[in-house]
Ligand binder design. Structure first.
Ligand SMILES: *[C@@H]1O[C@H](CO)[C@@H](O)[C@H](O)[C@H]1NC(C)=O
Ligand SMILES: *[C@@H]1O[C@H](CO)[C@@H](O)[C@H](O)[C@H]1NC(C)=O
Ligand SMILES: *[C@@H]1O[C@H](CO)[C@@H](O)[C@H](O)[C@H]1NC(C)=O
Ligand SMILES: *[C@@H]1O[C@H](CO)[C@@H](O)[C@H](O)[C@H]1NC(C)=O
Ligand SMILES: *[C@@H]1O[C@H](CO)[C@@H](O)[C@H](O)[C@H]1NC(C)=O
Ligand SMILES: *[C@@H]1O[C@H](CO)[C@@H](O)[C@H](O)[C@H]1NC(C)=O
Ligand SMILES: *[C@@H]1O[C@H](CO)[C@@H](O)[C@H](O)[C@H]1NC(C)=O
Length: 308
């Protein structure tokens, strides 16, 4: 394969960059660009990409997939490169490991575990496609022995969102705001009630240019005269967070108390009044009965007389 020759040349170019020789840097960049075109050409021919998903600050261990054994290989005859998209991550040449500045102090090559690349802690900017290249010297020139790629997605999790009350824009209407920050990838915020989507006000999604992390917020108006069980839902990547907000229609306090007083008055006063009225009536009744005794006796006598 003519490609192998180019690869070995490209490794030399990387060597030039390793020496950090400023005048030669541009030339090596061109050569590396050439190498990448070549590698991706080769890569397309190989089988599917391994996919991995990790969170910011976590550790990742990327497999190279090359079955390496000390017995079969003279380490001096081996060259390992780990690259990410269009940049170098790490090289292992002549038993020396070189780590590129962006990965310094947090990246290791695990030679014993078939050239795994380990990164700890992960930055959001570490996401991308990593390629492991294994070359071996055969008959004087380095030959490509193995090429594998791992697609790494780095996630940053949103905290549980905060829902804050935001005043009352008009009578009966309450406004709340849902807010969450520090997540990735781009989130989608929705308001839900009874599984139905409600329309939020001024839903905004912004991204911090440096950390690349997103902030999302949205407001919602609801009618205070009903009970509500509202969910603020934030979906990002294959994850989601949500926060429930329940609103209980407040008891109509001032008119209610008046009613209660009114009822107390009715409950206490009305029987009392009835009692008084009843007693008066009974007294009047007995007095009238007493007064009417003679009159009532008459018909009683008549009736008894009629019965005899
Ligand atoms: C590496 O070795 C394992 C078994 O030890 C085997 O299953 C696997 O197919 C080998 N991989 C390659 C690329 O040869
Ligand atoms: C890596 O660690 C060394 C020694 O602690 C330090 O001098 C260097 O600045 C560090 N590099 C980075 C990129 O943090
Ligand atoms: C969310 O609410 C908690 C508790 O009320 C508070 O401590 C925290 O600072 C809030 N976070 C934001 C981003 O407002
Ligand atoms: C929504 O955004 C517009 C434009 O930024 C602003 O004029 C309006 O007051 C906002 N509405 C609310 C409810 O915050
Ligand atoms: C809120 O609900 C009550 C009860 O149904 C209704 O009378 C009122 O008009 C509603 N208010 C608004 C602003 O929609
Ligand atoms: C939040 O509300 C949803 C739907 O109303 C419900 O299924 C879920 O259990 C609630 N979660 C909590 C923590 O109350
Ligand atoms: C509103 O919620 C309160 C407390 O859970 C409950 O007592 C009341 O019956 C509810 N009102 C309606 C109209 O569902």
């Amino acid at each position: 394969m003519p490609g192998f020759h180019h690869l070995s040349k490209a490794s030399e170019a990387m060597g030039c960059q390793l020496r950090q020789d400023p005048p030669r840097l541009r030339c090596s960049h061109l050569r590396i660009a050439h190498l990448f075109v070549l590698l991706f050409g080769l890569f397309r021919m190989s089988s599917g990409i391994v996919q991995m998903s990790k969170s910011v600050k976590e550790k990742v261990s990327l497999p190279c997939g090359y079955n390496f054994s000390y017995e079969e290989a003279d380490m001096l005859q081996m060259r390992i490169y780990w690259q990410k998209d269009n940049e170098m991550v790490l090289s292992f040449i002549s038993k020396k490991t070189e780590v590129w500045p962006q990965y310094e102090n947090r990246t290791l090559l695990d030679i014993d575990d078939n050239f795994r690349l380990m990164i700890l802690p992960l930055f959001l900017s570490d996401r991308g496609t990593y390629t492991c290249v294994v070359q071996k010297r055969e008959k004087g020139s380095f030959v490509l022995k193995h090429l594998t790629s791992v697609e790494l997605s780095v996630r940053a999790d949103f905290p549980v969102p905060n829902i804050t009350q935001f005043g009352e824009p008009s009578a009966d209407i309450k406004r709340i705001m849902c807010f969450a920050s520090g997540g990735f990838p781009k989130p989608r915020l929705t308001w839900l009630e009874d599984g139905k989507e409600l329309s939020g006000i001024n839903t905004t999604v912004s991204q911090d240019p440096e950390s690349q992390l997103y902030t999302v917020s949205s407001k919602l108006d609801f009618n205070m005269t009903y009970n509500h069980s509202i969910v603020c839902h934030i979906a990002y990547g294959d994850s989601q967070v949500s926060k429930n907000f329940t609103w209980e229609k407040p008891p109509e306090a001032p008119p209610d108390r008046n009613h209660q007083v009114f009822y107390v008055i009715i409950v206490l006063v009305v029987p009392f009044a009835i009692c008084i009225v009843h007693r008066c009536f009974r007294r009047r009744n007995t007095t009238s009965r007493k007064g009417n005794n003679g009159i009532y006796l008459g018909p009683a006598e008549v009736s008894t007389g009629q019965n005899v």
